[in-house]
Unconditional design. Structure first.
Lengths: 212, 194, 322
């Protein structure tokens, strides 16, 4: 491939600086085109499926507590080691582990969503909330109560009923139905799936990206 | 009255900045003092109805030549690179020469006569504007001195070029030392600017 | 009484020019924004109309930082030199017939003198900051201003030859009976050279090497902050307006227009200046920066010979026709 840095031009084009005139007409044309700027706080961006935002613990409607069973898988899977769980088991047989402490250091979190994928009971979720900046570090170091409160806040703003909410990361990609634990065999919306897999992030290949 | 005060102010400032220009330690400050001096000289020309000369004084001296001086000052690290031995070893010889020059200047002062000379009275200059008067005189009566002046400048320019290109043969000999060749090319720009 | 009247005129001119400077920044940001398919300032006031005022208030109250190793008196004086030189050249501009503060015979030369003085502000700012970025910016500006001032002066000699005067009002008057009431067509080479050296003189893109953001942080004003930085900005914009005014006066026929405007005689002059400012901004939105050796090549090898040829041509034509 030959790259020609200095294109040949005639003497007329040299005198009138044809390239500069070309560039100037382009910018002049753009002056009258519609800007694509989004005026952010007034005009919020559309959240795509698979968005990973503020952390929350799903509140179990039956117990009113979190669904977490203290299996520690999320803490193990977390690449930035930002999840800390302390739990104990009651003496009576058959009872679930009791979660004493569930903390997420959201300043260390890299928002990879692995914790959601490995959680066998769909207890943890990265919600679609993204405006939670703060001036103090401790307020971004979420405790269990704060995480539950995060869920309540998110659920209150949801358009659909809470029971129908399904996070695409709760249904991991590339695994067949029978390999999944029962709570993770979730029906997901067809727009998230492709190539016989449930995909959160591959949706762009099947749907032409729309301008917003 | 205003003209007298203005003249006094300009003369004072010229003397003051002239003295400061040779006595300040920082060479850039010295150049700045020379700049102030040039401005007040332009002011003096204005009191003589020579506005063209005043403007040219600022454009050429302040705008071009002094900037080149600044350029040289910036590019040469004066503290390390420029150690000049005294031009004349004995300071007394220098003082005597300076005193002689001052005496000669003072001796010439009585020869000055006030008032206009030749056809160019103040009214005549004001009528045709100073620029036109200067141009007419320069390109008719004083054409030969003007051309000679131009020739001398040309000689100086070519001389500068020759000095800057002096070691071109040497650089051709060791072609590896090519980094020095662009420098002469830049310096004749500066000469041309003058 | 006369002096008082003059003072009132000066204050009015100052206020109007400062307002123009403020809104020139707004205009620039808005136009460049839209040329880049953005919006530009939108938040302060309706469509960001109060943005320049907010900027001014901000820079006025910001801390004035002086580097420890700076050459203090020079550092403090440099922006003032810039601004004073630029503001002084406003005095000789004829905005309309008789609308001029000082109608002097060497108006054009006076503006040249002042613009060469303003380059001192830049150079000294670069030197006094005691920072390598500033210093490089100052050196570049110095070389650039010297080379392009010659081209600019020579390009205007053609206009001086045709009009036979250095007085700006007389230059405008003299253009009345040429084609379209302006020297643009008989002096097209001169205008070309003038236009390019005008961009270089005001340190605008594509010749903004003294303050090349990508290499020199901010060039000669790297170490400046707060009000002093704002003063450099003002000087730059006033410089743009002064250069636009010279272009208007010398090539576009000054206040002459297709028809006379009854209540506001400088209308055509102002409109032509706005056109020039728009072109300044338009070029900034379009062109990349020149390399330094290209800049010098353009100045010395193209513009100065062209300007000299233009002088010879104009003189020959004038001798043959007039």
């Amino acid at each position: 491939m030959q790259i020609q840095y200095k294109p040949k031009r005639g003497w007329l084009a040299t005198i009138f600086q044809a390239e500069i005139v070309q560039g100037m007409t382009l910018t002049l044309k753009r002056l009258f085109s519609k800007p694509i700027t989004r005026q952010y706080p007034d005009e919020k961006p559309k959240i795509r499926p698979g968005f990973r935002g503020q952390h929350a613990l799903v509140r179990d409607p039956e117990t009113g507590d979190c669904k977490c069973i203290g299996c520690m898988r999320c803490a193990m899977a977390c690449p930035s080691r930002c999840i800390r769980i302390r739990s104990h088991k009651d003496k009576e047989p058959g009872s679930r582990r009791v979660i004493d402490c569930y903390r997420i250091d959201s300043l260390r979190c890299v928002y990879c969503g692995y914790c959601e994928e490995v959680c066998p009971v769909n207890a943890i979720v990265l919600t679609e909330v993204y405006e939670y900046g703060s001036y103090t570090r401790p307020s971004l170091y979420f405790t269990k109560e704060q995480l539950l409160a995060n869920w309540d806040r998110f659920a209150a703003e949801l358009d659909t009923p809470v029971e129908e909410y399904v996070n695409p990361f709760w249904r991991p990609r590339g695994l067949s139905e029978q390999d999944l634990p029962a709570p993770k065999r979730l029906p997901v919306s067809p727009e998230w799936s492709g190539e016989q897999q449930v995909v959160g992030r591959k949706w762009r290949q099947h749907h032409t990206p729309e301008q917003s | 009255m205003f003209i007298q005060i203005f003249f006094g102010y300009c003369a004072l400032m010229i003397t003051l900045s002239g003295i400061l220009a040779i006595s300040l330690r920082n060479p850039v400050h010295c150049v700045l003092m020379v700049l102030v001096l040039f401005f007040h000289m332009a002011g003096l020309y204005l009191t003589l109805n020579a506005e063209f000369l005043a403007a040219v004084q600022i454009i050429v001296y302040a705008g071009a030549i002094l900037v080149l001086y600044l350029f040289v000052l910036f590019l040469v690290s004066l503290r390390e690179e420029l150690h000049l031995d005294a031009f004349i070893a004995n300071p007394w010889i220098g003082r005597v020469i300076a005193g002689g020059l001052a005496a000669a200047l003072l001796y010439v002062i009585p020869a000055f006569t006030l008032g206009e000379k030749g056809v160019w009275s103040v009214e005549a200059i004001k009528q045709v504007t100073h620029t036109k008067a200067l141009g007419q005189e320069m390109y008719s009566t004083y054409l030969l001195p003007f051309e000679i002046g131009g020739l001398i400048l040309l000689v100086a320019l070519i001389g500068g070029l020759a000095l800057a290109r002096r070691d071109e043969g040497a650089t051709e000999a060791n072609a590896a030392d090519e980094a020095t060749t662009p420098l002469p090319a830049q310096s004749d720009h500066k000469e041309a600017a003058q | 009484m006369n002096i008082l009247l003059l003072l009132v005129w000066i204050i009015i001119l100052f206020a109007v020019v400062m307002l123009h400077v403020a809104y020139a920044t707004y205009f620039e940001r808005k136009i460049i924004g839209h040329m880049q398919v953005r919006l530009g300032p939108m938040r302060v006031g309706w469509h960001g109309l109060l943005q320049p005022i907010a900027d001014g208030v901000k820079s006025f109250f910001k801390e004035d930082i002086i580097p420890a190793n700076a050459d203090r008196p020079t550092f403090l004086a440099a922006p003032i030199i810039c601004l004073v030189a630029m503001m002084t050249s406003l005095a000789v501009l004829p905005f309309a017939k008789g609308w001029v503060l000082a109608d002097i015979n060497i108006g054009l030369l006076f503006i040249f003198a002042m613009s060469s003085l303003s380059s001192y502000g830049v150079v000294l700012a670069g030197w006094a900051s005691n920072s390598k970025f500033s210093f490089l910016g100052g050196l570049r500006s110095m070389a650039q201003v010297i080379s392009y001032e010659i081209a600019m002066g020579l390009s205007l000699v053609g206009v001086m030859l045709l009009s036979g005067s250095l007085n700006l009002s007389e230059i405008v008057e003299a253009q009345g009976n040429s084609i379209l009431g302006m020297y643009l067509i008989p002096q097209c080479i001169g205008f070309f050279v003038f236009f390019i050296s005008m961009l270089a003189e005001t340190n605008r893109v594509p010749f903004d090497l003294p303050e090349a953001e990508t290499e020199l942080v901010s060039g000669y004003c790297t170490e400046y902050s707060g009000m002093r930085y704002a003063i450099f900005f003002m000087a730059e914009y006033i410089g743009m307006m002064v250069m636009a005014s010279i272009g208007t006066v010398c090539f576009l026929g000054g206040w002459n227009g297709p028809f006379a405007v009854p209540f506001f005689p400088p209308l055509w002059f102002v409109l032509k200046i706005y056109l020039f400012m728009f072109i300044f901004i338009w070029i900034r939105a379009t062109l990349p920066r020149y390399r330094y050796d290209q800049l010098m090549d353009l100045g010395w090898k193209l513009l100065i010979p062209l300007a000299l040829a233009n002088i010879v041509l104009t003189a020959c034509l004038k001798a043959m026709i007039g």
